[in-house]
Design a protein around this ligand. Sequence first.
Ligand code: SF4
Length: 328
Amino acid sequence: TASLLSIDNLSVDYEMKAISLRAIHDISFDLLAGQAVALVGESGSGKTTTAMSIAGLLSPNARVNGGEVRYRGTRLPINDDAAMRPYRWSEISVVFQGAMNALNPVHRIIKQIAEPCMLNGMSRDDARARARELLELVGIPADRGASYPHELSGGMRQRVMIAMALACSPSIVIGDEPTTALDVINQAQVLKLLVELRSKFNLALLLITHDLSVVAETCDRVMIMYAGRIVEDGTVAEIFAEPKHPYTRLLIESIPSPAKDKRIIRPIPGDPPTLVKRPSGCPFHPRCPSAMSICMIEDPQLERCGQGRVACHLHRSLRQADKVPVHA
Ligand code: SF4
């Protein structure tokens, strides 16, 4: 399958008053048509910046400092809001988290779903008909289209967001923590809906989440981000069966499950690095149970390993002197 979206060596900084902070550094990956990929990380890991770069929705103080994003071979003008318009909705669309903030409270939902269609040249009547069809598609009776956002449940509002994202038949849908604000039951239903729609329309899905447990049933491939970089990339099966990066391993161990004894679930020790204070060498070394002397000095590059990629010195051949344990 050809690559639909290619991200090559993308780096993005945030310009603050006196300083510039690197949010993502040298991110490279391909998204294939119909593929579902999760981007997983704690807050500040760069996952949302990566997603918003692709959608051309970076905040005004963000600056693309290197690299590029190509869609079907064409370089996307990700830094130019107006130039991105032809791509947004009709090629790449976003399901934002927290539908209550993303939806306009004073407009009926049918109008909000019809809007992207009209922006893409549909007549008002056609757009309304399409909106009714989309509501049914996401499991909301078309008559509910006359409701205002506050008249719907949280789960239904998130379904409205999905309907909006699909309105102009995009090839790529980015889900930015699309189920985070929902209770467990609604979360499962909305994820199920995304999975169904994805196969029905052969959508490529880029799912941004801090929660590795939502990935297993939804995605084919997972990329783990830490401190602005991809630290591991592999198939869901590989990552869950045999995580290579110590951070991935800790993330998997910290997923609660009914089968696990609650006492042995440990949160990952230490705090995630902030953009301001990035540790030297491998940025995970202060929290890593396997950290070695070299880890404090040299930042490991993302390299091929088995079927996937990993950025960790444990997976390289090292000199004996580089292997002295740090936290022993
Ligand atoms: Fe841990 Fe070192 Fe691997 Fe970083 S490079 S994850 S500190 S073992």
